[in-house]
Design a protein around this ligand. Structure first.
Ligand code: NAP
Ligand code: FE
Length: 373
């Protein structure tokens, strides 16, 4: 076993301001990357004030779309090179945070063109600081960046590994988030826990993170189904998301993430929701002991309860047969995802998982689906 997570993580109220002496020391000229408006929730102000008070220059690229594309990253890289930045700060959900890692890589690799994003080679990148404002991706604690590849009509993780230097995690940025965003992103975090737990790369270390983190996730379930949420809930949801990121940084994700990318590309379904559809099916195929352990950690007596809870949160997948077929084919062609799955994956297994996502009876009922408490 090994454990490598070279990101300094501060998770506390006002951590952007409290630790500004440290993270602003990464450079003299920062590129701040955000989505189009959500960073106005106080997160951008905390960052810019910290920089201004220390005389650090900055420029802002605020045009990162959801599920950012290669083209967007290359535009941000051009902007960063022109401004001669020496570190990058991503503020927002996974989209700006991932785009910040990819831009930091491409600014450092300034002789390379966009093809380099998906080529193996040096991972040298400018230092990155991440400030999450959603409670799902855990990107602040992972080395991954996922971009949309229009040419392939899907999304894919870069082969490069860019661990942020600092993750500044503050639940207060969730205060004004709409419930749908909390739900979708919390379901993404749950996906990270389940796909990390049921994974060939799982170790005692990654499972320690999942076991503890799923308990925190479970304690916030009521918020997802409508209970009023307070600061303590936001802090716990953020914390669970970061821990889930730490877990997948060791194991990677598996089938639900691989299948989700096609749904997001073709139908614009938010990332967490697209992942969530496939979670009951993925878990139903796991070894009974692992399945029961996961269910108990997240607080469900059996698969039926779990599946109904997911359906209550996000509904069921609606996708044309053709789209399901291309998701299945595309996933079968991704050895880097298949090798993370601790059971044999065939097209049949994937179709079964998709049937559960659509809420239809599986074509070949698996014993797990008939399990009773
Ligand atoms: P997102 O795409 O970053 O943001 C979704 C929407 O939420 C945007 O419209 C954004 O607005 C808004 N938003 C963000 N924070 C908000 C807040 N506090 N209050 C109100 N609105 C807010 O969503 P995400 O689910 O966090 O990220 C998804 C991306 O992360 C996908 O590309 C996915 O593939 C990737 N991902 C990465 C990893 C990893 O390990 N790196 C893991 C899982 C997923 P603005 O556009 O105005 O900001
Ligand atoms: Fe995810």
């Amino acid at each position: 076993m090994y454990f490598y997570l070279p990101t300094k993580i501060y998770s506390e109220r006002d951590c952007v301001r409290n630790h500004a002496d440290e993270w602003t020391a990464l450079g003299k000229n920062a590129l701040i990357m955000t989505g189009r408006s959500s960073a106005k929730n106080g997160s951008l102000e905390d960052v810019t004030k910290s920089l201004e008070e220390r005389g650090i220059n900055y420029c802002i690229y605020s045009d990162i779309e959801e599920n950012p594309s290669i083209e967007t990253v290359m535009k941000a890289r051009g902007f960063g090179l022109e401004k001669q930045v020496d570190f990058v700060i991503g503020i927002g959900g996974g989209s700006p945070m991932d785009a910040a890692k990819a831009a930091a890589l491409m600014i450092a690799q300034k002789e390379k063109d966009a093809d380099y994003l998906y080529q193996k080679g040096s991972d040298e990148a400018l230092p990155v600081v991440e400030v999450p404002t959603t409670c799902g991706t855990g990107s602040e604690a992972t080395p991954y960046a996922i971009l949309t590849i229009h040419g392939k009509r899907t999304k894919s993780s870069l082969p490069h590994r860019v661990f942020p230097r600092f993750a500044l995690v503050d639940g207060k940025y969730l205060r004004k988030a709409p419930r749908s965003l909390l739900v979708n992103t919390a379901v993404d975090a749950l996906g990270h826990f389940i796909e990390s737990y049921v994974n060939t790369n799982a170790t005692e270390y990654s499972r320690m993170l999942c076991t503890y983190g799923m308990g925190i996730w479970s304690s916030c379930k009521n918020v997802l189904i409508g209970a009023a949420a307070g600061d303590e809930d936001f802090d716990r949801m953020m914390c669970a998301s970061t821990i889930a990121g730490m877990a997948i940084s060791h194991t990677g994700t598996a089938l639900p993430h691989a299948l989700s990318y096609y749904l997001t590309y073709e139908k614009g379904i938010p990332h967490g929701m697209a992942v969530g559809y496939f979670l009951p099916g993925y878990l139903s195929q796991a070894k009974p002991l692992e399945r029961r352990k996961v269910l108990s950690l997240i607080g469900f007596p059996d698969m039926q309860y779990f599946q109904s809870f997911i359906q209550r949160l996000i509904g069921t997948m609606e996708a044309e047969d053709e789209l399901v077929a291309s998701a299945v084919r595309g996933t079968m062609a991704k050895p880097e995802k298949l090798r993370n799955v601790p059971y044999e994956v065939s097209e049949d297994v994937l179709y079964r998982i998709c049937d559960m996502a659509a809420g239809t009876a599986p074509k070949t009922p698996s014993p797990a689906l008939r399990e009773t408490p």
